[in-house]
Design a protein around this ligand. Structure first.
Ligand code: GLU
Length: 486
């Protein structure tokens, strides 16, 4: 490719970063990185009523959480700024002046009532519903008189007649419309603000965008935008309309399918890399389509638009969760601890006197067990505060063992004298103790586990004991011995 690739993600800050938006941003970013091009972030905040600064921040935070970085845009600037549409009015004004001067726009004074009547009449006559062009022929004097009289107006694009409006969409193939199917597009609204389609085109031209990669819900905007490119005398970029993300029922992903904003997945304890990997596979696959776990650099190397599917992609939470667990399994205990730390910090009592090596070991114990980070909150809380209650079924089982309290007290004596509080020696100690007592190893393990955690299921007992260390283990078992069935 001779011209450097320049792509953009252009969110409207009217809500949080949505899964669909995140996937669009991701595809643009991967495409830019694959071709060593430029990824531009542009905030489309012309809808002043619905746009909120807090949402701009939320979107940027969401993109950052996913590990996406932009070469031009908010915070980083760049040669084609400003990157907020609300700050680009002079650019739109200049383009409007030019088009007016060239006679490509006209003033339309039709009121909402007139347009409504027109629509009704067209509906009754069963003809296409569109602006009938009645203000096209107003002469200059009349236009000036009506403006002076304070009539409100919009500016419309003089739509060419009997022209094909076509493009070769990278993912959808050739798409064809005729200009007669289209309306005389409103370019400037009655409040003087440029319309969405107009601002997008002016910005994409200004920012030298070479490829417009966006959701297929924008396909209907594209012929309108192409007419604007033509009017402005600018070459068309490539367009790639990517398939919608669907729920399992094949309806467009919405709240009723579950969480739709990225931040909710962050809060649910998904790993950003895993989430990004999963998003990348929504409507795209690498050359070897059986490969599912792909690092960032592998995605950069592999991502091309010819591998984007033209059909909808199904968002499958179970698959995402599976992928998240796969990522967790691959982290070293130290890396996992770093990822878990914000979650662990929410647990009352954390760190409960556990030092760094113990915490790393603890993280290692959950590598194979966690599917999402938030699970650590309920899986490992007992490491940091000694249990005060014990699982009822566990107590029943302890009662059946018979003489549990005495057994535990004799084990405590052995543990106090244990030369080394590490997994191997501890296991050997408990085994020989059980044997000497003529008890089942499993029964002794059960008592210890219940006493240490209050639970009947934990990671391996001896690993747990090594994490807790001698003092905590002895103290917890002594407390349990006091209430344990006799
Ligand atoms: N601002 C538009 C949106 O949030 C995107 C415009 C575009 O990609 O052309 O849907």
């Amino acid at each position: 490719m001779s011209t450097p690739v320049r792509v953009r993600f252009a969110p409207s800050p009217t809500g949080h970063l949505h899964v669909g938006g995140a996937r669009t941003a991701l595809f643009n970013w991967l495409f830019a990185r694959h071709y060593r091009g430029v990824f531009v972030l542009r905030i489309e905040d012309t809808d002043l009523e619905r746009s909120q600064e807090a949402y701009t921040k939320a979107i940027l935070d969401g993109l950052r959480w996913l590990g996406l970085d932009w070469d031009e845009g908010p915070d980083v600037g760049g040669p084609h700024g400003p990157y907020f549409q609300s700050q680009r009015e002079d650019r739109y004004r200049a383009a409007i002046e030019r088009l007016l001067h060239e006679g490509k726009l006209y003033h339309c004074f039709c009121t909402a009532e007139t347009l409504e009547a027109m629509r009704k009449d067209q509906a009754e006559r069963k003809v296409d519903i569109k602006y009938d062009g009645r203000c096209r022929a107003l002469d200059r004097a009349e236009v000036e008189r009506r403006i002076a009289a304070g009539e409100t107006f919009v500016l419309r694009l003089r739509r060419p007649e009997r022209e094909w409006v076509e493009w070769d969409d990278i993912t959808k193939g050739r798409l064809s419309f005729t200009s007669d199917q289209l309306d005389d597009l409103v370019v400037v609204k009655s409040d003087g603000m440029p319309t969405y389609n107009f601002a997008v085109v002016v910005d994409d031209i200004d920012m030298r965008i070479t490829h417009v990669i966006r959701g297929e819900d924008h396909i209907s905007n594209t012929p309108k935008q192409i007419l604007l490119y033509r009017a402005l005398g600018a070459p068309l970029p490539w367009f790639a309309h990517i398939p919608m993300i669907l729920g399992k029922d094949r309806a467009r992903l919405s709240k009723r399918h579950g969480a739709t904003s990225v931040v909710e997945y962050e809060k649910m304890g998904y790993d950003p890399e895993a989430f990004r990997n999963y998003l990348a596979l929504l409507g795209w696959a690498p050359t070897d389509h059986t490969r599912e776990i792909l690092s960032r650099d592998e995605l950069f190397a592999e991502f091309t638009l010819d591998r984007v599917s033209s059909h909808g992609a199904i968002f499958d939470l179970d698959k995402l969760t599976w992928m998240n667990a796969e990522y967790i399994k691959r982290f070293s205990p130290a890396t996992l601890l770093a990822k878990l730390r914000p979650w662990l910090a929410q647990i009352p009592g954390f760190p409960g006197g556990l030092d760094e090596p113990a915490l790393v070991k603890l993280a290692g114990l959950y590598r194979e067990r966690l599917k999402t980070y938030n699970e650590i909150l309920t899986m490992a809380d007992w490491f940091f505060t000694a249990p005060t209650t014990y699982d009822a079924k566990g107590l029943e089982k302890a009662a059946k063992i018979g003489g549990a309290r005495g057994l535990l007290n004799r084990l405590l004596e052995r543990l106090r004298a244990a030369p080394e509080f590490a997994e191997g020696p501890l296991e050997a100690l408990v085994r020989s103790f059980a044997e000497a007592e003529g008890r089942k190893f499993g029964d002794v393990v059960h008592l210890c586990r219940l006493g240490l955690s209050g639970r009947t299921a934990t990671p391996g007992l001896f690993e747990v004991m090594a994490v807790l260390g001698r003092d905590r283990c002895l103290a917890r078992l002594e407390r349990f011995a006091a209430v344990c069935p006799t």
